[in-house]
Design a binder for this molecule. Structure first.
Ligand SMILES: Nc1ncnc2c1ncn2[C@@H]1O[C@H](COP(=O)(O)OP(=O)(O)OP(=O)(O)O)[C@@H](O)[C@H]1O
Ligand SMILES: [Mg+2]
Length: 335
């Protein structure tokens, strides 16, 4: 069944756009633990790239290397035309980073945090005040500009964090799990902000655990697992890589199950759960036809669920756990 929320049209730079970020064979180990085992990336300028991966996959490590916070052990990386190893100052001047954990000074007000950032960037007093004011308005925190960051909610902190990142007007922005812990409304606000940045020509490199976030925002997605990129492409390309739509029929009696298996000879059997997996379209018409066919044969299924692959399946399939949990079935059925 198609998702009710259609992704917005992609506006990001096409594959021909110059690379804003590119890496070849990037490697990083801590002790004898290999975190990144040869990472190749090419991110066109003006696009959104999402790096997906389970906890500990090396997402933050990748962001730290690309933003020159730590050095790689091997390989090459260029950001905004500068090599991270030989021209770190060039990289730093072109980027903004919103880390996984807040970088706000809790004792300072929202405005003071922004002005501090402007000072660090040597923007000058007048320019600093001007940009701080604009960002406070843009991120809807002007009304609390004089409150200490310590008093802010998680969503307000995240907005102020991003505002801090934008003080220097960067070409490339790294957002490490920008919406973790945010409520659905704040997440959407963050997504809108990312889209407006990209519409203005900025390149966004984000990491996320949320597959719908990557689906909604990213022109291209890479899945990081075991130190390697295990898949890379558009959301649709990734979805096309895994087994297609199917309907799962479950029975309570084995006689019923066997009769159904005979009626659907092509179906995959799941003996343990007395379930059949019938490949094919999971749309309404196809479902109706399938149920009619069961009815005509006088077979009663205990329950059924229709399943269309989504990014969750891609993620679970590619990062080791290929099973699709009950929650997915429930979700698919409810759509
Ligand atoms: N400074 C460090 N010293 C030792 N090991 C580290 C260090 N930083 C990261 N690691 C290890 O490197 C691996 C990757 O960590 P990283 O923070 O990049 O993962 P991540 O994908 O960002 O995870 P999460 O989703 O939890 O944020 C982990 O096993 C982590 O324990
Ligand atoms: Mg991380």
């Amino acid at each position: 069944m198609p998702s009710s929320v259609m992704p917005t049209p992609r506006k990001g730079g096409g594959p021909q756009a110059p690379a804003a970020v590119s890496t070849i064979g990037l490697r990083k180990s801590y002790g004898d633990k290999t975190v990144l085992d040869g990472i190749d990336l090419r991110i066109p300028a003006g696009s959104v790239f999402a790096l997906l991966g389970p906890n500990g996959a090396g997402k933050t490590t990748t962001v730290q290397i690309l933003s020159t916070l730590i050095a790689a052990d091997g390989g090459q990386a260029q950001v905004a035309g500068h090599d991270v190893a030989t021209s770190p100052d060039g990289v730093r001047a072109a980027i903004g980073v919103t880390g996984q954990f807040s970088a706000l000074d809790d004792l300072l007000t929202a405005e003071e945090n922004l002005l501090l950032m402007a000072d660090l960037l040597r923007l000058g007093k007048r320019e600093g005040r001007f940009r701080a004011q604009k960002l406070l308005e843009r991120f809807d925190i002007a009304n609390v500009a004089h409150n200490r960051a310590a008093t802010f909610s998680g969503g307000m902190r995240r907005r102020l964090d991003l505002a801090m990142t934008l003080v220097g007007d960067p070409q490339v922005i790294f957002l490490d799990e920008p919406t973790t812990g945010l409520d659905p409304r704040s997440r959407r606000t963050m997504w809108d902000t990312v889209r407006s940045l990209v519409a203005g020509g900025t390149t966004v490199f984000l990491t996320t655990q949320y597959l719908d976030e990557a689906d909604q925002l990213a022109d291209r997605i890479a899945v990081l697992d075991g130190g390697r990129i295990v898949a890379e492409g558009t959301a649709d390309e990734l979805k096309a890589r895994i087994p297609g739509s199917h309907v799962r029929l479950r029975f309570t009696e084995s006689a019923e199950y066997e009769r159904a298996a005979a009626a659907f000879p092509g179906a995959a059997r799941d003996e343990e759960n007395l379930a059949l997996r019938v490949a094919g379209d999971a749309g309404l018409d196809a479902l109706r036809a399938l149920l009619d066919r069961l009815d005509a044969a006088g077979i009663r299924a205990a329950d059924f669920s229709a399943h269309t692959p989504d990014l969750d399946d891609v993620f679970l399939t590619l990062t080791g756990d290929g099973s699709t949990g009950t929650s997915l079935h429930v979700k698919e059925t409810l759509r």
